[in-house]
Design a protein around this ligand. Structure first.
Ligand code: HEC
Length: 125
């Protein structure tokens, strides 16, 4: 009787704590893109541009205008969709007709930067 009066408040205090710690954070790959998207500042875009010139230019051409092997990514016309999640998937998982998968060669954060860069091209006149 007396014991239950002591343990019940203790459970009430510690149970939410345990639940809060045990619950995984909701941030997944696609949330990360949204984060990069919302603060797609010039630094993020510049980092994406650098990554693009290192890994993607060979196929997609200068400023992603299209190359010998890869289609233009600057026209705003995407076969697999131009949304953040679509672009993220195209880059991380690859696409069947010759687009290599970049995960895990590139981190989620780097892929987010590339998405921000491709977005900036679509906003450009
Ligand atoms: C080996 C050549 C090659 C490289 C390197 C390459 N791509 Fe691609 N990419 C392609 C080809 C080919 C396609 C078309 C795939 C298809 O139609 O199934 C494509 C498709 C895409 C698409 C989807 C386009 C659409 O119409 O929906 C995106 C986005 C993309 N690439 C981004 C990138 C980025 C970013 C990089 C650098 C990290 C990169 N690619 C590197 C060849 C390449």
């Amino acid at each position: 009787m007396c014991r239950s009066r002591i343990t019940l408040p203790a459970v009430a205090v510690f149970l939410p704590l345990v639940v809060a710690v045990a619950t995984p954070p909701p941030a997944g790959a696609y949330d990360l893109v949204r984060v990069h998207r919302t603060d797609a500042d010039t630094t993020t875009v510049a980092q994406g541009k650098l990554l693009f010139s290192r890994h993607c230019v060979a196929c997609h051409g200068v400023e992603a205008r299209g190359g010998v092997m890869g289609p233009s990514l600057a026209s705003g016309d995407f076969l697999y969709g131009g949304g953040d999640t679509d672009l993220f998937r195209s880059i991380s998982e690859g696409r069947p007709d010759g687009m290599p998968a970049w995960s895990p060669r590139l981190t989620e954060s780097e892929i987010g930067m590339l998405v921000a860069y491709l977005r900036s091209l679509q906003r450009a006149p």
